[in-house]
Design a protein around this ligand. Sequence first.
Ligand code: PNS
Length: 162
Amino acid sequence: MKIAVYPGSFDPVTNGHLDIIQRASKIFDKVIVSILQNSNKVPMFTVEERIYFLRQVTKNLDNVEVDSFSGLLVNYMKQKSAKVIIKGLRAVSDFEYEFQMALMNNKLNPEIETLFMMTSSKYSYLSSSIVKEVARLRGCLKGLVPDEIIFEIVNKIRKTRG
Ligand code: PNS
């Protein structure tokens, strides 16, 4: 069984992420979308909220699982019997850091391959950070994140504001 892991912060999942998940699910027997816990970034959404969003938007994809991990990605992959890391590339600016991570992961475990998928051009400007910025400033999220989670994102921001 060919298992791939799509790791990330997903704070929150965007239409760009979902596009990669849908395409990867056609290539692999199983895709595990996994959220890094305890990253250095301060997230807007808790791991539980991010898992909930991802489960909502992937509920029609039978071979997609949502999970979280801490520590080294390569150790988590071994635990899951996965050999392939999926990464989405939006622009040349993503490349340098992603290249470094791919080489480091391969150095830590030479059996691990990183597969880069080009984000669809219609989503190449999207990132979780820019989505949060638009949401905070009360902009419209339609087309940026899956419709099912727009209400929850707006609601959370409203509550944070008090
Ligand atoms: O969505 P992000 O924040 O760009 O995702 C980054 C992520 C989670 C893929 C990366 O930080 C990661 O794999 N962290 C796990 C820790 C690890 O294995 N580090 C060594 C690899 S360079």
